[in-house]
Write a protein that binds this ligand. Structure first.
Ligand code: FAD
Ligand code: N01
Length: 542
């Protein structure tokens, strides 16, 4: 029996992951099509256009490494690039590798169904189109499904509601406006100082405070860029072999086995470099030992107190309910200083809870805050949300979100038992968001595309993670996390920010280098833990 297919491989998403997957599949001689909801490439950097949006990993490192010419010809203007520059880079990559001709934009994938008799996936879109392929790569992003905040009465608000995730494309002027921001995670922390510059009044509704370090962002000099490019091969290799996809030094010391003076000196030096990843790992025991972690938390708390004039506001801005960096350590430009402005008010929802949104504004127990605009910086259904909101049906027609209702499980964050031929880029239980994503997603794309090419060469066309391998990987992920402080926080890393979601560690904390070696060994060992089969004959349609 033969079947007609639209593509050998369908890729959902045209962010960094989907773009690179398309490029690499073409190089391997495979036919691929990308389906993307947005009207252009860029993913995260297409959608999150709010003022102040920047990367928190230095641009030089947060860029593709797979093509030396691309690396050579692109020059970043700032240490931490802003969203417009990151989007220009994505567009440049799309043009340079002529990617757009195989990307269908404005296509929202609603469902995906595996046919056991043909070993094919069929995708349906919101416009009623269907696409068929042998392999499906979900490059749908870890932070691309915005959370619907559970705020009573939001629908009654008469003014405008803007989300940081889907910021309007046209430039907005907030002068003369009373603006509320709900949420003080990384997005809130970046947008708040920008809005404060022009808004007549800015009210910040904070439930859980974040720890944030100053970015010390600055223009990048030509010399720095050239120096990076000269050493790029070594830097990139070290990053791939590192804990977090960044070739960062740590002190090699325990925070508790040195004098308070020496500890302070080391913290100060790293703090002044403006690198949150470096700060959180500067001492070997910081993420493992509460007392060691507290030394870092105390150091940052003292900095918050220095940056904020009013001690009561500083206190309210200082986290107390979780170890530092077990929720994302943020990076900012003038965030805490913004609270010293006359037009800015912090509303601490822990002491003055939000009761409802009314037509005029936000009602807390203490009173009504009348505003013209509400900015939602309320976060994402992270890591699994982009997959769970699609009706993905695997063997036996089982919906993926149902499989994941009680426990989120994958094998290596690359494949899921019951969902043959479906690969996830930076999927749950892989290092993903706890790393330089560029390093992690390049590795996943290379692993996945090599796997597809291998199956092709061997005349195989069905691959599925075994239930045993998936269970063992899940146990390993939890065991490694249990040695750290991460499980102590109600974070999105733990799935704790979405009601009803399984509470478990979602990124793999065992390190990028270790993880990479393990996945490569598994592939070299004949894809250990995966079941491979041959298939019915398939004809590719033109
Ligand atoms: P995405 O960029 O999220 O792209 C996924 C794409 O899939 C999107 O374009 C989306 O429209 C599309 N898609 C999803 N579902 C569907 C569907 N059903 N149908 C059709 N299309 C669909 N990481 C870092 O390492 N460093 C940083 O500095 C950093 N900064 C960040 C800043 C912000 C504001 C955010 C939100 C995230 C940041 N991240 C950062 C994480 C960031 O998401 C990744 O670095 C990276 O951009 C992920 O690329 P991706 O291609 O895997 O996913
Ligand atoms: O989302 P978040 P984000 N009522 O989940 C609050 C990356 N990123 O978009 O924790 C009141 O961190 C919520 O409070 P609480 C980065 O990986 C990077 O800011 O639920 N408040 C929290 O304060 C980051 O970690 C950058 O108590 C409500 C906030 O909303 C990830 O994306 C920039 C609420 C959400 O914070 C997500 O960051 C931006 C409610 N009902 C994003 N619901 C860089 O710097 C939620 N909140 C590179």
């Amino acid at each position: 029996m033969s079947h007609s297919l639209d593509s050998e491989v369908l890729i959902v998403g045209a962010g960094w992951s989907g773009m690179y997957a398309l490029h690499r599949l073409r190089k391997l001689g495979l036919n691929a099509t990308v389906l993307e909801a947005a009207e252009d490439v860029g993913g995260t950097w297409f959608w999150n256009r709010y003022p102040g949006a920047r990367c928190d990993i230095e641009s030089l490192h947060y860029s593709y490494s797979f093509d030396e010419d691309l690396q050579e010809e692109w020059t970043w203007s700032e240490r931490y690039a802003a969203q417009p520059e990151l989007l220009s880079y994505a567009r440049h990559v799309a043009d340079r590798f002529d990617l757009r001709k195989d990307i269908r934009f404005g296509v929202w994938v609603e469902s995906a169904e595996f046919d056991e008799s043909t070993h094919q996936w069929t995708l349906s879109t919101s416009a009623g189109q269907t696409f068929t392929s042998r392999f499906l790569i979900m490059a749908t992003g870890s932070l691309s499904a915005p959370k619907t905040p559970d705020i009573p009465g939001l629908e009654n608000f008469r003014g405008e509601i803007i989300s940081t995730f889907d910021w309007p494309e046209e430039k907005r002027d907030f002068s003369g406006q009373r603006v509320a921001v709900i949420g003080t995670g990384s997005s809130g922390i970046q947008v708040i100082p920008e809005l404060a510059k022009t808004a007549e009044e800015l009210f910040i509704f904070q439930r859980t405070p974040s720890y944030s370090l100053p970015a010390f962002n600055r223009p990048l000099s030509r010399e720095e860029s050239e120096e990076f490019k000269r050493s790029a091969a070594q830097i990139r290799a070290a990053a791939r072999d590192s804990l977090d996809g960044l070739a960062l030094e740590n002190s090699g010391k325990s925070a508790l086995e040195i004098s308070a003076e020496e500890r302070e000196e080391i913290f100060s030096a790293v703090y002044n470099q403006g690198s949150p990843f470096k700060f959180q790992g500067i001492f070997t025991d910081q993420m493992f030992q509460e007392e060691a972690n507290r030394t870092a938390a105390d150091f940052v708390a003292a900095k918050i107190a220095e940056r904020v004039d009013d001690p009561d506001i500083a206190r309210a801005l200082t986290p107390t309910s979780y170890p530092i960096a077990t929720r994302r350590l943020c990076i900012d430009t003038n965030y805490y200083e913004t609270y010293n402005r006359d037009n800015v008010t912090l509303v601490d929802l822990l002491s003055d809870p939000l009761t409802q949104v009314t037509e005029q504004g936000l009602q807390t127990e203490a009173g009504l805050h009348e505003v013209d605009i509400i900015v939602l910086a309320t976060g994402f259904d992270a890591i699994t949300g982009a997959l769970s909101r699609i009706d993905i049906r695997g063997t036996g027609g089982r919906l993926l979100r149902e499989k994941w209702a009680d426990k989120i499980s994958t094998y290596l964050g690359l494949m899921i038992n019951g969902y043959p031929n479906l690969f996830t880029v930076t999927g749950p239980l892989s290092p993903s968001v706890l790393s330089n994503m560029m390093v992690s997603l390049e590795h996943h794309v290379e692993w996945i595309t090599d796997c597809i090419a291998h199956l092709d060469q061997q005349g195989l066309s069905r691959i599925e993670a075994s239930a045993e391998a998936e269970a063992e990987w899940g146990e390993h992920v939890n065991e490694v996390a249990a040695q750290t402080l991460f499980p102590q926080a109600n974070s999105w890393y733990m799935g704790a920010n979405v009601a009803g979601k399984s509470r478990q560690i979602l990124p793999y904390v065992g390190g990028v280098g270790n993880y990479r070696r393990r996945t490569l060994e598994i592939a070299a060992d004949g894809y250990r833990g995966f079941e491979l089969q041959s298939q019915p004959s398939v004809v590719i349609a033109n």
